[in-house]
Design a protein around this ligand. Structure first.
Ligand code: GRF
Length: 230
């Protein structure tokens, strides 16, 4: 468990990462782990797409990978089957923390509630604003002046768990959905390792009491903001 881990902080935090795509955020964690810059051990990666470049990144780093493709050999794997396999795999890896980094399937409440470790998700907006998909396009259409990314606790309601950390940027007049995606992703690459470091060091806690009752604890008010010069 994460809380007991932070008390005995000599051992690396065991992390499982769920991915669906390119895995640039996974790569940042791999690099930080290999450089000794983050006290983590990535114990396994689960991909729900067999064509995800994340798989190559994990293989290159000798990290165990489970590919639970949602369309294997033309047959669609239902979410229940995916979750049964993913649960078994996660339990075998015994992570302290599960990180959804560009993972694009919606998970059921029973999977989330019974997961063997707390789960956090990286979302490309300043939550609670712009939950869901196509956030960059919607930001441009709405003429927003600020945008960014958030890391939140995964709960049954989509993108609605306690927001732990955020990084933000100013939207430029010349920005497009594509340029925002690139700029937000650069923020994500700093926000994710920073957040995991805070969790590993116990500066941030996923203890329920601390998440819901922040003003009565020693914990800082959430979300914590990472300021990035860009
Ligand atoms: C990230 O930009 C994240 O915000 C979104 O999916 C993207 C994943 O990127 N949910 P990568 O696979 O880590 O490169």
């Amino acid at each position: 468990m994460l809380d007991s881990h932070t008390k005995a902080n000599n051992t690396p935090l065991r992390i499982a990462v769920l991915v669906s795509g390119s895995g640039s955020n996974l790569q940042v964690l791999i690099n930080a782990m290999q450089a000794g810059a983050l006290p983590i051990e990535i114990v396994g990666v689960i991909s729900n797409r067999e064509d995800a470049y994340s798989i190559t990144r994990a293989n290159d780093a000798d990290i165990p990978v489970a590919v639970l493709s949602h369309v294997a050999s033309g047959k669609r794997m239902g979410i229940k089957t995916f979750e049964t396999h993913a649960s078994a795999q996660l339990s075998a890896w015994q992570p302290d923390l599960i990180v959804l980094a560009g993972f694009m399937r919606v998970l059921s409440s029973s999977f989330i509630d019974n997961a063997p470790a707390p789960m956090i998700n990286l979302h490309p907006s300043l939550l609670p604003a712009y939950k869901g998909l196509d956030t960059h396009q919607r930001i441009i259409q709405a003429g927003e002046r600020h945008h960014g990314c958030s890391i939140h606790v995964v709960t049954a309601e989509l993108d609605a768990g306690a927001v732990l950390t955020q990084a933000l940027l100013e939207v430029h007049q010349k920005d497009t959905a594509d340029s925002l995606q690139t700029r937000v992703q650069q923020l994500e690459h700093q926000l994710l390792p920073w957040t995991i470091l805070l969790l590993a060091k116990g500066v941030l806690s996923l203890n329920n009491e601390q998440l819901s009752n922040q003003q009565h604890t020693h914990m800082p008010m959430l979300p914590l903001r990472l300021y990035v010069n860009h």
